[in-house]
Design a protein around this ligand. Structure first.
Ligand code: NAP
Ligand code: ZN
Length: 351
């Protein structure tokens, strides 16, 4: 086994600090990556804080990983040492259930998260705030030439998490989309909705200062939800609302912005249950639904679209000694629009 330098949360609530972890032995179908960059997803902050229930500590967060292949197991066919590769939110699934067979392994009941999870052999998984990362080949994506490794990293979670529902619910010509919350996921949703040819793309935000950026990302309009009359003016406007907000919202307001038969898909994961008035759904045949990341096939399709159309995350690169500040700024909705850790700044440690 090798020790890998990493940023580690030793206990619940502790911001990741320089340290190391013991990487499991390589398996025949593994790809080992020298991490170049790893995005900071709000899910990392939720999990370090045990927002969704107590996590597995010590924890090395990070599931938006890009880098260069450092070694491959004997059964690996799609990667060689030196290739550009990425790892997202999952590192394993059963491969046998109806969802795995259908290419929707993100809904496999036995899927294994990239960090803080227990793999089939009992090994704890560790994420991408580290110098190296490992996953079985099936969960490693080829990063197309032309996509820089830093601005491509957030595509592995933020990107595909909004790309998947946009595709599933038919975002494209003839469809009007509202994106609620413009952080890491939200800003990618705006870029993808526009690239897919939606008739109208609106941002519903609680941060007035993001207006110019939203328009630059391709939004047709920007609605500040705290302004009086904002929801009234937006009533009956959209076919699809993608909610990326990490906190509780009054769903009634947002459901009101849908047209009859419209769909509100939540990808944001606040720590408490939401409440919805059933009459709000029935009166206008609305659907309230959710979506979990995206499949490896969708990641591939999305990366190709990104390479084709020059779509990337808008990032701020952060060094390992500024993680606490980055976490605070994400919590304050002040990230523009995804922090990406430069793995080269993770210090060597004695463990
Ligand atoms: P983020 O960068 O922090 O963006 C969230 C955005 O929500 C903020 O930028 C802000 O946008 C808005 N917001 C935050 N607090 C708010 C409040 N109190 N009221 C109204 N709006 C608020 O986070 P992210 O990384 O994009 O992740 C967003 C959520 O998705 C998190 O809960 C994360 O865990 C979850 N997630 C889910 C999946 C999945 O598979 N379903 C995958 C990844 C992440 P404005 O300033 O524009 O209002
Ligand atoms: Zn994520």
């Amino acid at each position: 086994m090798t020790r890998v330098d990493a940023l580690v949360s030793q206990s619940s609530g502790q911001t990741p600090q320089p340290g190391s972890y013991e990487m499991r032995e390589m398996r025949a179908d593994d790809v080992l990556i020298d991490v170049a960059y790893c995005g900071i997803c709000h899910s990392d902050i939720h999990q370090v804080a045990s927002d969704w229930g107590r996590g597995n500590f010590p924890m090395v967060p990070g599931h938006e990983i890009t880098g260069i292949v450092a070694a491959v197991g004997s059964e690996v066919t799609r990667f060689a040492v030196g290739d550009r590769a990425g790892i997202g939110v999952l590192v394993n699934s059963c491969g046998e259930c109806e969802y795995c067979k259908a290419g929707t392994e993100q809904y496999c009941p036995r899927s294994v998260g990239t960090y803080g999870a227990v793999d089939y052999d009992g090994a704890i998984t560790y994420g991408g705030y580290a110098r190296q990362a490992i996953a079985r080949e099936r969960f490693v994506a080829v990063i197309p030439a032309g996509l820089p490794l830093d601005a491509a990293a957030p595509l592995l979670c933020a990107g595909v998490t909004v790309y998947s529902p946009l595709r599933h619910w038919g975002a494209g010509p003839g469809v009007s989309v509202a994106v609620v919350g413009m952080g890491g996921l939200g800003h990618m949703a705006v870029k993808f909705a526009k690239a897919l040819g939606c008739d109208r793309v609106s941002v519903l935000s609680h941060s007035a200062a993001k207006r110019d950026d939203a328009i630059a990302f391709g939004a047709d309009d920007f609605i500040v939800t705290s302004e009086p009359g904002a929801f009234k003016a937006a009533r009956n406007s959209y076919d699809l609302v993608i909610n990326t907000v990490s906190a509780q919202l009054n769903l009634k307001d947002y459901l009101g912005t849908l047209r009859v038969g419209g769909t509100m898909c939540t990808v944001g994961l606040p720590d408490a249950p939401a409440s919805v008035g059933v009459f709000d759904l029935t009166a206008r045949r609305l659907a309230l639904t959710g979506s979990n990341i995206g499949s490896m096939a969708e990641i591939e399709e999305m990366l190709e679209l990104c390479a084709d159309k020059g779509i990337l995350a808008t990032i701020e690169t952060v060094a390992a000694d500024h993680i606490a500040e980055a976490f605070d700024r994400v919590r304050d909705s002040d990230v523009r629009y995804r922090f990406v850790i430069d793995a080269a700044t993770i210090p060597a440690s004695d463990g």
